[in-house]
Design a protein. Structure first.
Length: 147
């Protein structure tokens, strides 16, 4: 399973981010490219333990089951609902937003081996699980925008 804790995977993802343009359009969903870039950068803040949200009740019941299914499949389903705190206005400088996400991706190399986060839906995630989920999430949106 790919993880953003792997240097080769990070470089692959960065190259895909760099391929995005303001003309990039989604294959599904409502976000434009600038909204997606903001969404993914803040999601990586979450996976790096820098954007904390309270646990969601449904996540306490079904989060671990969902996490295991996603990790086994290695991908997310299309058109899943997005939490309001991860939705953004459709504006911003694309080059600046790309660089912000790239900088965030590079931060994975500095995270210590015993790192653990509490995801609002999935609950407690190990470093391996958070790295895999960060890749799966970013890959989902990069695929959505055809890169």
């Amino acid at each position: 399973m790919k993880s953003l804790y792997n240097q080769e995977t990070r470089e692959e993802v960065i190259a895909r981010i760099q391929a995005l343009t303001i003309e990039s359009t989604p294959l599904w969903g409502k976000m434009n490219v600038t909204q997606m870039l903001k969404h993914c950068e803040i999601s990586d803040q979450l996976y790096q333990g820098q954007h904390n949200l309270p646990r969601i009740f449904m996540g306490k019941l079904f989060g671990r089951i969902a996490l295991n299914k996603i990790l086994k499949a290695g991908k997310l389903k299309k058109n899943l609902p997005t939490d309001e705190s991860f939705k953004f206005e459709p504006d911003g400088d694309i080059e600046e937003l790309k660089q912000e996400w790239i900088n965030r991706i590079r931060e994975y190399e500095r995270i210590r081996p015993d790192f653990v986060i509490v995801h609002p839906y999935f609950g407690k995630l190990s470093r391996d699980e958070s790295g895999q989920m960060a890749f799966i999430h970013g890959n989902h949106h990069l695929t959505q925008f055809k890169v």
